[in-house]
Each structure stands twice: as C-alpha cells, then as structure tokens.
Write a protein that binds this ligand. Structure first.
Ligand code: BES
Ligand code: ZN
Length: 396
C-alpha cells in the first residue's frame, strides 16, 4: 500500500512538469481491466475511471494521470464508469421518428433571426470567460454555472411574451451542475418527443486543470453563448412550438462527456423519445486554411439528421458547408447517439482548421469572430423552429 501511495505521489508531482515517458508508456499500454474496488476508500484508487477510446475497443481502467495524458495527446475518450449501460434499454425498443425533409417555416425563423445580436454575444462571452477556469471540479466552475443559470432565469422572468418555459439544475457528484431550459410544446401528443440544442459549459487547461487559467472562449464558451443568444431570441419573441424544445448546457464534457451521458441516461431511463439533438461545440474561430464555412461533422452522428441540418444551413446561413470528421467521443452529441437518439454536430470549420488555442490559457475572446458565431446561431435557430413546429407522424 505504502508503495502504491508513493507511486501516486510521484505521478502527481510529475503532473506539473513533463510526465516521464516510461510512466506515460506504461499507463497508456495497459489495457487490462482490474475489477473496481467496491466502495473504495483508498485515495489512490478513487480517481480510477473506466474509459473507452473507440467503438471497437473494450473500455479500460485509467488513473487521473492517464486521462490527463490522453487530453494532452489528443486521445479522445468517453468516461463510461457510471454509464456502462447507456443505450442498452433504448436499443431494444429503438424506433427513430421520421424527420421532415425540407425547411418550411422561413417566415417564423426570419423573425427570430432578426433578434440575434453579436454585441450581446460579445458582452456575455467576455463575462463568461472571466472566471479563472470553468473546470468541472473547481469552485469557479460552479460559480460560472451559477452565473449562466442566472442569465437564463432572468430572461425567463423578465419576458412579457407568453411562453411556457422552465429551467432546472441537473446535479452531478462534482461541483459544476448541468443546466436544462425548456419551452413546452402546444401538442400534448408530442410532449414526450423533445428536441435538444446543446453546448458544454466547462473548460479545461490541460497543463494545470485544477487552477490553470482556462478562459475556454472558443471551447466551449462560443457554443454556450451561441445557444444562450438563440434562447434569448426565442424567449423575447414568444416562441410557442408544437413539441418541447430544450436547451442543455452540459458540465464535464472535457472529462469524457460526463454531464451529457448522465442527462442522456436519465432520459433513456424515463423513456423520453428525443426526436433530435444538435451540439454547438466551438463556433467562434475562423481558420486560416479554408474560407469561412460550417464544419458539418459526419462521423458518430445520425446520417439523416446531418443531411437535414445541411438543408437548414443552406436555408438560414450565409456561408458554405464543409463536411468533416471529429473522431470518437468528440463532444456531447456522442452521448445522445450512444443512448440511441438522433444527434448532429456543427463545428467552426474543417476539423484540421479549428482553433489551435483550445485547452490552454490562450483560448480567449481575442480569437473569437462573433459574426461566425452568429452563423451557428442561425443554424441552430433554424433547427429549433423547424423541428419544434414539426408535427411528425401519428404516434405509434
Ligand atoms: N471542443 C472539443 C472537440 C473539438 C475539437 C471540436 C476541435 C471541434 C474541433 C471538445 O471539448 C474536446 O476537447 N473533446 C476532447 C475529448 C474529451 C471527451 C476528452 C478532445 O477532443 O480531445
Ligand atoms: Zn475541449
């Protein structure tokens, strides 16, 4: 035991410096799966988590050090420790609801698009990035969630328009909570078939996760504020869709999609029949390799929904579409896909041309293009209105 603890200390100390390569090699090569220690009280084991890095490979156990290493090396993973049965229940009864084929609510969408303001987004993003870090386990990560929660609840309280909107905190076993805001739909028959517009509110400094400065302006302050601005436009214009339209701000995406997996799992358990989900993660940086465009992610997404969001992009956006790939467990849409729901993902451009500043103290507002963010607000606004008013086929 003493031996294990000193090994842990050694590895902790090495976090601040470069991790020794023998340790990196050893920790990444072990794909063994020791059984978890039940109700473990041993500090060294407390941070052991089961992660998955590809759909084909079995999950394996990691230490916090291993996961930090993976983040630094750009090895994407889903932390499945508490969500091993995600998708299991729904897969049995999966019946993907039909989607519309075209955009038909141009007049309505145009009214909401008129409300979008880049100045508003700049003020909000500047404030949101002023928290030292939004790391999911940190005090300031909790403070930033409280601030975001207040922005949303103030919008709901102060509107004169008549909609039926609610907000709730989705608590997790760590400091930062996820946030869910919901417009009720007019149709009783569709009340269990919401659509979801999502983003992640946490940020991470991959060199010093707990304390390091992590403005996370692009990743994913941009998506967070993009969907907040859509929400504002809809609230102020009295949005009354047919089906429920939800806005989700997830915690702990950077820790292996923890927040979105917990939310998706709770929806699966409750038998919620989500029609479609769109993720907004990194909407603010215009790369240097290609002309400004939407990056439409084509891997680990629903094909039909992805086709449809390209129809919405052409209809409501002003920039072209580039198809691109993001990899396994790239962002929160993957949690919904795994749970057996349709999900799609639009990013700031080609994956190879995305912001080089993420996960560091340099991911600040100076690299953000607010007109670019507005393009994503138009796209997800089109998604919310078109699918929110879509009546679908009669329920089976
Ligand atoms: N926002 C990134 C994913 C991303 C990167 C989107 C580049 C578009 C362009 C996301 O927050 C992220 O960092 N994901 C991690 C995986 C996570 C589950 C550990 C990653 O990509 O390493
Ligand atoms: Zn990230």
């Amino acid at each position: 035991m003493v031996k294990l603890q000193s090994l842990a200390l050694l590895s902790l100390a090495s976090t601040a410096l470069a991790a020794p390569s023998w340790w990196e090699q050893w920790s990444l090569n072990k794909h063994s799966s020791p059984s978890p220690i039940p109700g473990s009280v041993v500090a060294w084991d407390a941070d052991r988590r089961l992660v998955q890095t590809s759909a084909e490979k079995a999950p394996f156990w990691t230490t916090e050090e291993d996961r930090l290493h993976m983040l630094r090396k750009n090895i994407k993973y889903m932390d499945v420790t508490n969500n091993q049965d995600l998708g299991q229940e729904r897969v049995q009864s999966v019946r993907l609801n039909p989607l519309p084929e075209a955009a038909v609510h141009q007049d309505k969408v145009a009214r909401y698009i008129d409300q979008l303001s880049t100045a508003n987004m700049e003020v909000a993003l500047t404030k949101f990035t002023s928290f030292n870090t939004r790391y999911y386990k940190s005090e300031t990560g909790h403070d930033s969630a409280q601030w975001l929660y207040k922005q949303i609840s103030d919008l709901i309280e102060n509107t004169e328009a008549e909609s039926d909107i609610s907000i709730r905190k989705f608590d997790h076993p760590w400091k930062q909570f996820s946030i869910i805001a919901r417009f009720e739909g007019k149709s009783e028959a569709l009340s269990n078939q919401p659509i979801i517009v999502g983003a992640h509110q946490d940020s991470v400094n991959m060199w010093l996760p707990q304390w390091g400065r992590s403005p996370g302006a692009d990743d994913d302050g941009s998506g967070t504020i993009t969907i907040l601005e859509i929400f504002r436009a809809l609230v102020n214009t009295g949005f009354r869709p047919q089906r429920p339209v939800e806005f989700h701000w997830y915690s702990a995406e950077e820790a292996g999609l923890l927040g979105s997996q917990a939310v998706a799992q709770s929806y699966e358990k409750k038998g919620v029949d989500v029609l479609a989900m769109i993720q907004n993660d990194m909407t603010g940086y215009v790369g240097t390799k290609f002309a400004e465009s939407y990056g439409i992610v084509t891997d680990y997404v629903d094909k039909e929904l992805t086709d449809l969001i390209q129809v919405f992009a052409a209809e409501y956006g002003d920039i072209p579409v580039r198809q691109t790939k993001c990899g396994y467990a790239c962002s929160d849409h993957a949690s919904w896909a795994k749970a057996g729901y349709r999900s799609a993902f639009a990013i700031e451009g080609d994956f190879s041309d995305s912001s080089p500043y993420i996960h560091s103290s340099s991911d600040d507002v100076s690299h953000i293009n607010f007109d670019h963010m507005k393009q994503f607000a138009k796209l997800s606004l089109g998604f919310a209105v078109e699918l929110g008013y879509y009546k679908g086929e009669a329920l089976a």
